[in-house]
Ligand binder design. Structure first.
Ligand code: ADP
Ligand code: MG
Length: 747
């Protein structure tokens, strides 16, 4: 049966297309076994690899390419120089050595000569490298007696015995040894699909392709698999990445556009109808002992303007650690309260909830709200805390008061998401430290009003994220950036002590003597908080009896009861403790301005964002501060083929620590972080299942993300709407899978 079905042809002609192009996405309705050469067994192996239909297979892209014209011939090999050769296996021999060690000796030949490779302790190579296989082999030749040999080289098998690959550039697919599918199997099937599919249509308008200097779809799909040259392969890739990014951006912007046009929000205290509008914020600002930074003022004004519109606010506030986001959050709460609406502040941890709660309560102070129900015409601003350790009776009271509007603002953890939390008029939801919450969760609270109005939403990230990530992961939000720290902050000096940690403890002792305080953060040990707690207790004991003898040292860890934790934090805040030993519970948000030294043990175990957050605990008081990173990541080397292009864990760790020493700028660090770490964690939601981003990377392909965003903006402004019958619409429906669609289109 031919893959070109008649329905596709009818469609094509109905759209006035004279040619016989078919829509690529139609292959999603084609069974794998319809492809010549794919039997039951291969089909089920492919399914195991997440490839369910012919479309999935044709969009299973090569992992890398090898250019035969760039490979060296065997007679050109030079001792000690890393090179790639293309050759044929001529003989294979497996030797068993002492101590159950093995050696596989392989001889390779090309037209210029022969060379020997040895593989230690990889007995499976004897099966993998059959005589007559065609392979690319990369490594550094070493001289052994008078021979050049390659020891444990990287190998890509590209042709099985008997087959001869043609073409200059060879695509190498991710192989699955377990499923028994090799790169040449995949290439063979894909050639077959391409042959039978013929020309495919292009859903993107020619003007857009021209404007963005993109090749057409047909060229792209052929050249990603069977490149004419490295250049054409590059062009193909660029085009297909653009498609991926455009589909995502269209989804995000369509959602944004839909909300703006169809969902009613609350017009908070519009200036005209409420002469007292903004009074509360101004009153608060007057009571502060410091001036707001320009960036804070700008953020507050943007938020106010958003909130005054009858369209639900949907805004992301990004600011570096210590830039004063809490105050911005509070001002937004006051704008809501002024119009008689409630606010909810959702934070990821209990400690942080308590911290925010007391910070806001302090900031609010004696601030009073206009209230015609009272004799004085005023009443205090009312704020409550709701977490999983709130006592049941207290919790019930809070729930009652929320329901009848006796509470203006509730700060809480996941407990706020519970079904029984109802509001009299929820007007603003603020989600702090967003990356810890699922995107669905940020929408839960928004549906907690009794009517059709949707409360405003403000998302605040704990640490900055790169622009293109924000565009993609938060692409449906407007963005405010707080790019200024309060004045008088002296940059924190960060020092990495690989082995001798005494300098850190000396500094702690010196600063404590001067009346300052310090944090000691214990390493991340395993997943279990009980192990972490034990480590913290032991470290506390060691420090009290050793390096920090005679200093008052407190302890806080995740296994303590909430009350105990709070008591420890309180004692530290009050200066009863000069040093606080803790697990990462202090990671986010804790604010003790008198602390100016932080010592992070086994710092290499932490990610950059976490380190930056931790470091942000000091340098808040206008005094010189220090951050000590302790520990040596050691060296472990990856050895498998797929790790070739990746750094091993210890060099990544070293790069992280070095980056931390080099800069205090959270935005710069965020970029570094993603370069080192890859971006899976940030864009994880796009990479599950039928990944929307198979080729594209929001970090590496920054420029394409920007282009796609502009293109999507233009399309939406020109009235583009997803139509499931259009090719682009069908692609979005299929490729932006359920889970993603859920998050992308939820109102
Ligand atoms: P983050 O953005 O990390 O959440 P916070 O809101 O916790 O930062 O603020 C950090 C510290 O800076 C707090 O102690 C806060 O009171 C203080 N702060 C906030 N804004 C200013 C300002 N404009 N001038 C001086 N200090 C400020
Ligand atoms: Mg904060």
């Amino acid at each position: 049966m031919e893959l070109v079905d008649t329905a596709a042809l009818v469609d094509a002609s109905a759209q006035g297309q004279a040619d016989r192009d078919i829509r690529l996405i139609r292959l999603a309705f084609r069974d794998l076994e319809e492809v010549n050469g794919i039997g039951k067994k291969s089909a089920s192996a492919l399914r195991e690899m997440g490839i369910d239909n012919v479309y999935d297979l044709i969009s299973f892209y090569p992992r890398t390419y090898r250019d035969r014209s760039k490979s060296t011939t065997i007679d050109e090999l030079v001792e000690g120089h890393e090179t790639t050769i293309f050759a044929r296996v001529t003989s294979v021999e497996l030797q068993r050595l002492r101590n159950r060690r093995t050696l596989v000796k392989v001889e390779l030949a090309d037209e210029s000569g022969t060379i020997r490779c040895s593989f230690f302790n990889q007995p499976w190579r004897a099966k993998q490298l059959q005589p007559d296989c065609e392979v690319f082999v990369a490594g550094k030749p070493v001289r052994y007696k008078s021979w050049l040999t390659l020891s444990n080289p990287i190998v890509d098998i590209i042709g099985k015995p008997g087959s001869r690959r043609t073409g200059r550039v060879v695509a190498i697919y991710p192989q699955s040894d377990k499923a028994g599918i090799s790169t040449w199997d995949i290439e063979t099937w894909i050639r077959e699909i391409l042959r039978r599919t013929g020309e495919v249509s292009d859903p993107m308008p020619t003007t857009m392709l021209k404007r963005n200097k993109l090749v057409d779809r047909n060229f792209a799909i052929k050249n990603i698999h069977i490149p004419e040259s490295m250049d054409s392969c590059y062009l193909a890739k660029r085009r297909l990445i653009f498609d991926e990014m455009l589909r995502l951006q269209l989804c995000l912007m369509e959602r944004k556009d839909f909300l703006e046009k169809n969902v009613l929000g609350i017009a908070h205290a519009p200036e005209a109808s409420n002469p007292s509008s903004g009074r509360l914020v101004d009153k608060l600002i007057e009571t502060l002992s410091f001036d707001l930074t320009n960036a804070q003022l700008r953020a507050i004004n943007e938020i106010r303007a958003d909130m005054a519109r009858p369209i639900p606010m949907h805004r992301l506030v990004q600011g570096d650690v210590g830039s004063g986001k809490t105050l911005v959050a509070l001002c937004s709460m006051l704008v809501a309260a002024e119009g008689g609406h409630q606010g909810a502040l959702l934070v990821p941890t209990e400690i942080l909830a308590e911290q925010h709660f007391s910070a806001i309560r302090n900031l609010v102070g004696e601030l009073s709200m206009p209230d015609s129900q009272t004799l004085t015409g005023e009443r205090p601003y009312r704020i409550e805390l709701l977490t999983s350790s709130t006592k049941l009776s207290e919790r019930n009271k809070i729930l009652d008061h929320l329901k009848i509007g006796r509470i203006d603002c509730v700060v809480g953890t996941h407990s706020l998401l519970s079904e029984d939390v109802k509001f009299s008029s929820l007007g603003l939801v603020i989600v702090d430290e967003q990356h810890r919450f699922g995107v669905d969760q940020r929408d839960v609270l928004r549906s907690r009003r009794g009517d059709d109005l949707v409360p405003d939403l403000l998302v605040m990230t704990a640490t900055p994220i790169p622009r293109t990530v924000a565009m993609t992961v938060f692409g449906d939000l407007d963005t405010t950036i707080i790019d200024e720290l309060p004045p008088g902050r002296i940059p924190i000096e960060t020092i990495w002590l690989r082995d001798d940690e005494s300098a850190a403890w000396e500094r702690v002792r010196e600063q404590v003597e001067l009346g300052f305080q310090a944090y000691v953060v214990c390493p991340l040990v395993g997943e279990s908080s009980s192990i972490a707690a034990r480590a913290a207790r032991e470290e506390h004991y060691r420090l009290c009896n050793g390096p920090l003898k005679d200093i008052s040292v407190g302890l806080v860890h995740g296994q303590m009861a909430a009350r105990e934790k709070e008591a420890s934090m309180q004692a530290y805040r009050k200066g009863v403790y000069s040093v606080l030993v803790s697990t990462t519970v202090i990671e986010v948000g804790v604010d003790v301005p008198n602390a100016n030294v932080i010592v992070i043990e086994d710092a290499w175990r932490f990610g950059i964002a976490q380190l930056h957050q931790l470091r942000g605990r000091v340098g808040r008081g206008g005094e010189k501060s220090w951050c000590f990173l302790l520990g040596d990541p050691g060296s472990t080397k990856g050895s498998t083929l797929d790790q070739l292009d990746e750094l091993d864990e210890s060099s990544k760790a070293a790069m992280r620590l070095k980056a931390m020493c080099d800069t205090n700028d959270g935005f710069a660090l965020a970029e570094q972080d993603l370069l080192i770490r890859g971006e899976g964690s940030v864009t994880g939601s796009f990479q599950s299942g039928k990944s929307a981003l198979k080729l594209g990377s929001v970090i590496r392909d920054r420029q394409i993300v920007e282009q796609a965003r502009t293109a999507a903006q233009l399309m939406i402004s020109q009235g583009w709407r997803r139509d499931k019958d259009s090719e682009l619409g069908a692609e979005i429906d299929y490729l932006i899978e359920e889970a993603q669609a859920g998050f992308l289109t939820k109102g």
